[in-house]
Design a protein around this ligand. Sequence first.
Ligand code: SF4
Length: 494
Amino acid sequence: MNLSKYSRREAHEVCVGNVKIGSSYPIAVQSMTNTPTADTASSVAQTKRIADAGAGIVRLTAQGRKEGENLENIVAELRKDGYSTAIVADIHFVPEVASIAARYVDKVRINPGNYRTSNGELEALIAQCRERGVALRIGVNHGSLAKRIFDEWGDTPEGMVVSAMEFLRVCRKENFDQVVVSMKSSNTRVMVQAYRLLVEAMEREGMTYPVHLGVTEAGNGIEGRIKSAVGIGALLADGIGDTIRVSLTEVPENEVPVAQMLVDYYKSREGEFVINHPENYHPTQYVRRSNVTTPIIHSELTDEFCVVESTSKNPTAELRAAILNMNSTEPVMVKRRYEDNSAEAVALKAAADLGVLFLDGLADGIWVDAPALSEQEIKDIELMILQASRVRFSHTEYIACPSCGRTLYDIEKTLADIKSRTSHLKNLKIGIMGCIVNGPGEMADADYGYVGAAAGRITLYKGREIVEKNIPQEEAIDHLIELIKANGDWQDPE
Ligand code: SF4
């Protein structure tokens, strides 16, 4: 095994304003505003706060002509005040807005689920981007695939890849290489599988487009950080990823230091990222190596388990290699020591190092050895990593969007209120989404959904079905609890 260099997947250079993305450059950190893009003053102020926190790229949603046009004022204000931050417009449903935004910003993100490749729209946008030196992101999201892709492939990683490759082939046909691609999901397993499959598909066709990583709707607090770190870390450990966004349901500037910590953590490694998978490995297969069905935390350790500890700078590669070299299928507890004093740093690093071993079905137990943390903090982190890796569900999972200019209520406070009343529930996923336009699709496999329908109004979902529309916001959490009770999913707190 050659441990002499850090090797990232080869990706060509894409310029987003003055930020260069690609494997020759540091991984770029970005975030997104949640102010109304039609409001210049608040959007400029928030973009500055995100830039001051260290993000080189800031994205703003442009849901309509008004917001698209106002990007001109926002960019002008920022430049006047000396901010050279790269600005990205996020376009979902109205292709016409992409061509408005492309007059003002450095990159335009389009969702192939809402765009067509058959009517020349994409070619026209590419021509416009080429003329002004604007980059493009093909941003596929699990839960918002085009109907024709969904009908053939379902809401699967394969469908996501088919969708992205269609668009990338048009970009290549047009000889336009200033393109970044993303495959986000709130489900870390889907997300990791989709990116790995995408990279394989691009390699087969000789494409080297840079990759933007992110876990959507990760939530907030330590849990949101762990979920992002599991997904993003799994791919960085594979050498995949040229720019990242950690989505949190918090003020956007909070996302930046978390993303930077992840970037620095991988940058500081000395060894090569060896990507060794089990024999016959396929990106969309999840096969458990042992017969342990529910992985354990270290306080539950028994003699049955073999403890494998990593002390190297490449824990993921070292642990993966050690497990794959074992001759037996004896259960394995993976262990790693973290000297950091903050729970956040330990959580992020442990999630990034160890989560992928659970996503890949290789590990059966987790031991986060962190002398500065209490036993309870360590237990919570271990359980959250197992949950984020989707192998053991010990508490309610919140699929909460990070909010953006479309958000119709105070999502940060609402998430805190819903958590305070439901976090004791087991095996339940609750989606808390800012808008009805993207929310229902992107909360994907949530059991219940709380979705902004209009200003001050909430629509509740059971799975993908609407059960109550336009409830006044002040009453909506009570209605959600009643709905959970009516479906027999409620337990009283212990
Ligand atoms: S669900 Fe709606 S409000 Fe939330 S981030 Fe997505 S587009 Fe914005």
